[in-house]
Design a protein around this ligand. Sequence first.
Ligand SMILES: Cc1cc2nc3c(=O)[nH]c(=O)nc-3n(C[C@H](O)[C@H](O)[C@H](O)COP(=O)(O)OP(=O)(O)OC[C@H]3O[C@@H](n4cnc5c(N)ncnc54)[C@H](O)[C@@H]3O)c2cc1C
Length: 454
Amino acid sequence: MSGTFESFGRIRRHKRRGVDPNSAMEALRVGRCEPAGLLAFGNGRSYGDSCHNDAGSLIAMQRGAQIHAFDPTTGIVDADAGVTLAELIEYAAPYGFFAPVTPGTRFVTLGGAVANDVHGKNHHKRGTFGCHVESFELLRSDGKTHHCTVTQNPHLYAATIGGMGLTGVILRLRLKLTKVSSLDIEQRVTPFANLSEYFDLAEAADEENEFAVAWVDQLATGRFEGRGVLMTGNHADNGNFSAKRSRLPLRVPFDLPFSALNRTTLGLFNSAYFNVNKRKTAPHLTNYQSFFYPLDSIEHWNRLYGPAGLYQHQCIIPSDAARSVIPAMLAASRDAGHASFLTVLKRFGHVRSPGLMSFPQPGYTLTMDFPNQGEATLRLLDRLDRMTVDAGGRINPYKDQRMSPAAFEAGFPEWRQLERLRDPAFVSDFWRRTALALGADAAAPMAQYARGHA
Ligand SMILES: Cc1cc2nc3c(=O)[nH]c(=O)nc-3n(C[C@H](O)[C@H](O)[C@H](O)COP(=O)(O)OP(=O)(O)OC[C@H]3O[C@@H](n4cnc5c(N)ncnc54)[C@H](O)[C@@H]3O)c2cc1C
């Protein structure tokens, strides 16, 4: 089986080798896998190369995936890892349940959400996706299926949550959903004139609301510099449990030959977005799809970046440095002549993830999306990495396509523990170019595996 198996950034576009989950499982169960390694592939909503393994094969996890059982008294659902969040939300809604944590797209698989330990707009209240995973079945190249919980195989449990697919294949999991009063969200929008105002608002907004996230006009300068809107929300009380997927009304049907998202178009978009939203200050009801997944309604919207694709940069800056470093990062991007389509700022709370390599830490997370303009973009991204590392922060690996091994190690010194628990038959392009490039010792499990299968 071959296919593009693209990641969302679409920087390296070529055909990749895929394997049918059943044959991959069969090979793993009898301890026979290809030496160049395997990697599970969910729905490619990671931005970079953490979901790729170009020398080896990808296991297409969505095939045949289904929900097995749901207990409305406990909220625990038992589902295959290839089920998508969109499917799960539609299934659980009539029972009055919703995903405990959701990223900004519902087109992710449950396995992908565990492997990246994704976060949502309620990190300050509920932590990451992994905080709600009761157990999972992990198939490794020893041919065994390991039942993992906080107390059974605890090291594999911790290493797999946020372990980016490197510990084996999650076959099936039990996830605790949240009982809600409605799928609708009562939303409030609070405009801020600059980032100081945002930082003054953020902590109290988190205390008072289940969901909070800010959009920033990255291109605004002068007296408008750092303006934006803080969007907060809570599940409404109107008992609306209709999860019907809105038909995707808009679609970018083909690759544009150039990026439609440039300084001029984004300058216009940002001004319009700010001016429309700043008027929505009164509390109002919003459909869950528009609140959580505004971009899911435009199919293939990443094609707007043109054939060269996009880079996303997401970092965490510790709270004490955020007030100076985040404005400096926005200025650095503007000075480099780069315009970010989506500039999102969010405060991470203190709920600890059970995952060893989970990305969120207390502090502020800034996310920017840049069209790929070659060397100039890579220089800017390196600069943003340096600013992050100097501030004691870290860069999100599952959004990344190019950070240096040193920048990765500075943010994730615990990578060596993951390397010790990595399944020797599993590897990703991201892991090869960061962790495995850091030292000969690190490559030991892969070499040992290759020797055993020579
Ligand atoms: C528009 C948009 C908004 C987003 N917003 C957010 C956000 O708010 N917060 C956030 O945290 N992320 C966000 N993301 C990123 C996205 O949520 C994650 O990258 C997610 O993990 C992708 O899931 P996937 O199923 O597409 O997995 P893939 O991208 O295909 O794979 C992700 C990782 O999971 C591993 N994996 C997949 N399935 C399995 C399995 N069964 N067993 C073991 N490993 C597996 C893969 O090997 C890979 O390492 C966003 C992405 C987009 C495109």
